[in-house]
Ligand binder design. Structure first.
Ligand code: ADP
Ligand code: MG
Length: 688
């Protein structure tokens, strides 16, 4: 990364690092000097405070500078227990110190030498004590006391002292060689510290103000590099040659629909059509709120591919969803001369083999399925289009794996979790984004109520009333079965109870993730056909399930779900012509959970909800870092650093629109840094 190779040097050559500790550092991802200086503290311990003993308060963490008053006493009250006691003073008062099983204390403390003792004080009347304080000679203070100490993430076998020593010595070696990649105008504009200052102060800060300033710069830099890299790789992938599909007359398909497309659907379809017809490879994300009608837009893309003689793969995260898409795609494609197959984990072995051989011979146009499509022996004769639905359940790697089954097939990703714009740039900066920002007409907003347990009887009456009108209801529980540890409703427990009591006489079904796929399928079908009135379930019905006659969604222990997830669940109703309702039962008394659920009751807009959810819980929880392929970050924390991220996005706009990376001499170090990151990135992809 840097010209100077001290950065690439193995930490094995750093003073104090032996073979054994080097191996442990490897576990932390530290191989080189550069890794070491980029291994950032998790938090800091303030050991700056040194006080007079007389002023020390009960419970206070601080240091005192004092000398021994008496000989040190060691006692062994029990086997395996050594108690070491000392009395010290600084002239203002006495302080009693105690250590447990610290054999070296007695020999290391000398009379008439001044030490700093740092620890948590206990004060009862005039008696002042400290247990297990840290000791340092006063004239050498500054190593572990009298300063702000970094606290690093550790692994078994390593101590803070090991890591501090490594970082300190590594930094000493290269601090004057650190190259400034952020141009001065940018640093001024965004008030960012210099590189050397930032590395020194993030590890060994002279003050908390300095540390904050250093952190700000390093976070800014990390996010800036991330965003610029994404934009550059988007540039590269959009230069990739893809298939130029021929224009297709859509009338035969559209005339089969019972509705006309919304303007948003038309606009997004035009964007897809343009991508598909151009010789660039399509890499597009469709975002749209729950129920905005993403599926039909995807089906239109499948149609173009099939009519061009190409095969398509449509991947979804659950079998329920795969089956549902399969049914609706079949009903549209059957008499249009397009063959469709379903391939999931529960497809029978013999059938699977047959489907795979037909796919290989090019006899199937569209395959809809789950991860089963990714199996190594699934081969295509002419794969031209890959669609993944509910992308947040698939990793980036899986996306890459399936597209590897053809030669640069076009890629369409659909996600139902609306993502705030700021974050979508971080997550999907390498994709073009289309947004379906309009719901089909006549969708009535779903009336949502956040209630507590006292409403239970009224809720059951309401379910009965809806069922009497011919409608159906979902009841979602957080658990599959009753648990001793977690006090929450379980689908099994609740179904059993209401079948025999509150909802006796109604047809109550049960579905959850631990059931066999075939059994799930049977229950789901019965619910679709209206043979069940109430479906008690877990979040297996979260994504995509479409039963327009279901108008009531009851969620037990709603406080246990994320807002985005509740919004998804709520999206299972309000899919037909009937007025729909969502009832969130809040079993928690906390004010915050009440507030969170009120947000859901106050809006039906998924973007607003995900923005608030993000504020309340942070992106890791909202999207699941790994599921989303959120890039790993060394120092930035998207939740805490949202403000910096916004500034970075401004800076990126400024840099890109003025083409500074290519034209401005000041930006050359940044451009070179990006080039080397890109080289590494593409080497990684080549290896995978
Ligand atoms: P999502 O975007 O959540 O995946 P779907 O594609 O499942 O939504 O669509 C939800 C429902 O809306 C389906 O029943 C679908 O047939 C219907 N739908 C889609 N587009 C329209 C439209 N333009 N007008 C009326 N109904 C539509
Ligand atoms: Mg969908």
């Amino acid at each position: 990364m840097y010209q100077d190779n001290s950065f690439a040097q193995s930490i094995r050559f750093i003073k104090g690092v032996g073979e054994a500790s080097a191996r442990l550092f490897t576990k932390l991802g530290i191989h080189t000097v550069n890794d070491a200086i980029n291994y950032f503290p998790r938090e800091y311990e303030d050991r700056t405070k040194v006080k007079k003993i007389i002023e020390v308060m009960d419970g206070e963490e601080c240091g005192v500078s004092a000398r021994l008053v008496t000989e040190i006493a060691e006692t062994r009250p029990r086997r395996n227990l050594l108690v070491t006691k000392a009395l010290v003073t600084d002239g203002t008062a006495y302080l009693s110190l105690t250590w447990f099983n610290q054999t070296y204390i007695k020999s290391s403390l000398q009379k008439d030498v001044e030490y700093i003792f740092f620890g948590k004080a206990k004060r009862t009347g005039m008696r002042i004590e400290m247990n297990s304080p840290v000791i340092e000679k006063a004239d050498r203070s500054g190593k572990t006391t009298g300063r702000i100490l970094p606290v690093y993430p550790l692994t078994k076998g390593l101590t803070q002292a090991h890591v501090r020593n490594l970082v300190e010595n590594s930094l000493y070696l290269v601090k004057d060689k650190l190259e400034e990649t952020l141009p001065e105008d940018l640093r001024k504009k965004h008030k960012l510290g210099q590189v050397k200052f930032s590395y020194e102060e993030i590890h060994f800060p002279k003050s908390f103000t300095n540390m904050e300033e250093a952190r700000r710069r390093l976070v800014f830099e990390e996010l800036l590099l991330l965003q610029l890299t994404l934009i550059r790789s988007k540039g590269i992938s959009s230069e990739q040659k893809g298939i130029s599909f021929q224009p297709v007359d859509m009338t035969p398909l559209l005339s089969k629909l019972t509705f006309s497309l919304t303007n948003a659907q038309k606009r997004v379809f035009e964007e897809i059509r343009t991508d598909m017809e151009s010789d660039r490879r399509m890499n597009r994300l469709i975002q749209g709120d729950v129920g905005s009608g993403k599926t039909i837009v995807a089906v239109m893309a499948l149609y173009i591919a099939a009519k061009n003689g190409y095969q398509s793969a449509f991947m979804v995260p659950t079998e329920i969803l795969a089956e549902q898409h399969y049914r609706s795609v079949c009903s549209l494609f059957d008499d249009l001369g397009i063959t469709v197959s379903l391939l999931t984990g529960s497809t029978k072995k013999k059938e699977k083999e047959e489907i795979k051989s037909l796919l290989k011979d090019g006899k199937i146009d569209v395959v809809i399925g789950t991860h089963a499509i990714l199996e190594d022996d699934t081969e295509f004769s002419q794969l031209g289009l890959v669609i993944t639905d509910e992308q947040h359940r698939f990793g980036v790697r899986q996306r890459a794996k399936i597209s590897g089954k053809g030669e640069n097939p076009d890629i369409l990703v659909m996600t139902a979790t609306p993502i705030p714009r700021t974050l979508s740039l971080v997550l999907y900066g390498d994709l073009d984004v289309s947004i379906i920002d309009e719901l089909p007409p006549n969708r009535k907003p779903i009336d949502t109520y956040a209630v507590d347990e006292s409403y239970r009887q009224r809720i059951y009456n309401f379910i009965r009333k809806n069922v009497a009108q011919g409608r159906q209801a979902y009841i979602v529980c957080p658990l599959v079965e009753d648990s001793e540890e977690i006090p929450a409703e379980s689908a099994e427990g609740l179904a059993e109870r209401i079948r025999d009591n509150e909802l006796i006489g109604l047809r109550v079904g049960l579905i959850h993730g631990k059931m066999k796929p075939a059994d799930k399928e049977t229950v789901m079908r019965a619910f679709v056909k209206g043979e069940l009135d109430v479906l008690v379930s877990t979040t297996v019905i979260e994504v995509g399930v479409n039963v327009p006659n279901a108008t009531l969604m009851v969620i037990e222990n709603a406080e246990r779900f994320g807002l985005a997830q509740l919004h998804q669940l709520r999206g299972r109703v309000g899919r037909g012509e009937h007025k729909s309702y969502c009832i969130l039962i809040n079993q928690s008394r906390s004010e915050i959970s009440k507030q969170r659920l009120e947000i859901l009751a106050s809006t039906n807009d998924g973007f607003v909800i995900s923005e608030k959810d993000l504020e309340l819980r942070g992106p890791g929880d909202v999207f699941g870092v790994r599921q989303h392929g959120l890039p790993e970050m060394r120092i930035a924390n998207l939740y805490r650093d949202m403000d910096i991220l916004k500034e970075v996005q401004e800076a990126v706009k400024y840099i890109m629109s003025n083409n500074l990376l290519d034209t401005d001499e000041q930006y050359r170090p940044l451009a070179e840094r990006l080039d080397s990151i890109m080289n590494e990135k593409f080497r990684e992809i080549a290896i995978n």
